[in-house]
Design a protein around this ligand. Structure first.
Ligand code: IPD
Ligand code: CA
Ligand code: CA
Length: 273
């Protein structure tokens, strides 16, 4: 099947999944549960993951799937090069709190490379798509990353892990960015942060996240002209495009300068604030 046809099916699945999310919010009574101690999850996360899994299975029988709630098998990344990567709800905390930055994220990887991505935001009426080598679109219109060149004009998106004990080391980066860049946004959906970089609303994004959080959005940002990479080299053994530690995605001119700032923050080699 052609990548275009795959994308068409993935968009249809993501939009239907988005309807399930919107219906669940309308019905109300969303119960807050916690996995791994501090990470919020709702029944809707599991229901939507099940729905997407069934639709992918029907259209692409027996193609491998990595998904946050039902198949979070990260070890698969070491030996499987072709797979669907799914986050049924990116922005679960937003979803459970009635906020609007919520997205369905579906990416497809072949030969260890991102080939297509869909990020659909049901409460914002936005569907972002990309095909490797062909470009990126918002609701069918081509999108482009910002051309911001000055660090002081750079609006930066980021996020923080659910585990509170993993947050303190990130404060140094946050202080550095608040000191040297225009400002910071923490919108609560990595997938949408990447799409906001893709359409020039944000100039940059950095964070450490899981493959399902960023696979689709990373391709969308790259195809829109953003520069994508990592602050530090990956460990090898898994496809670089699915390695989520220390991601850095920026308008092309800012990549080196912002990367240096964040690395210097990690080692505290910065002017006093
Ligand atoms: C989270 C969101 C958030 C990011 C977290 C992710 P979830 O995904 O993408 O923006 O900061 O690290 O875990 O849990 O809502 O699917
Ligand atoms: Ca997520
Ligand atoms: Ca999720």
């Amino acid at each position: 099947m052609s990548p275009e046809n795959r994308l068409e099916i993935a968009v249809d699945i993501a939009r239907h999944a988005g309807r399930l999310i919107a219906e669940a919010r309308e019905e109300g009574g969303i119960e807050h549960r916690f996995k791994h101690g501090q990470e919020l999850v709702t029944d809707t996360d599991v229901e939507v993951d099940t729905y997407i899994g069934e639709r992918l299975q029907a259209s692409f029988p027996d193609e491998h799937r990595l998904s946050e709630e039902l198949a979070p098998d990260r070890e698969a990344l070491e030996h499987i090069q072709d797979m669907w990567v799914v986050d049924p709800i990116d922005g679960t905390v937003n979803f459970a709190h009635g906020l609007r930055h919520v997205a369905v994220s579906i990416g497809w990887v072949s030969g260890g490379h991102l080939k297509l991505g869909v990020v659909h935001a049901p409460f914002l009426d936005e569907t972002f798509t990309a095909l490797a080598g062909r470009g990126a679109w918002r609701n069918g219109e081509p999108i482009h990353a910002s051309r911001t060149r000055k660090l002081g004009r750079c609006l930066v998106g980021t996020g923080f892990p659910h585990r509170r004990d993993s947050r303190p080391p990130l404060m140094r980066r946050l202080v550095a960015v608040l000191t040297h860049c225009q400002d910071v946004r923490r919108n609560g959906s990595a997938a949408l942060d990447l799409c906001d970089v893709a359409c020039g609303r944000l100039d940059a994004y950095y964070e450490s996240v899981s493959p399902w959080d960023f696979a689709a959005g990373l391709l969308i940002a790259r195809e829109a002209g953003a520069r994508t990479g990592h602050l530090y080299p990956g460990p090898g053994g898994i496809p670089e495009e699915l390695y989520g530690e220390n991601l850095l995605v920026t308008s092309p001119a800012l990549y080196d300068e912002l990367g240096n700032l964040l690395r210097r923050a990690d080692t505290s080699d910065l002017e006093p604030f």
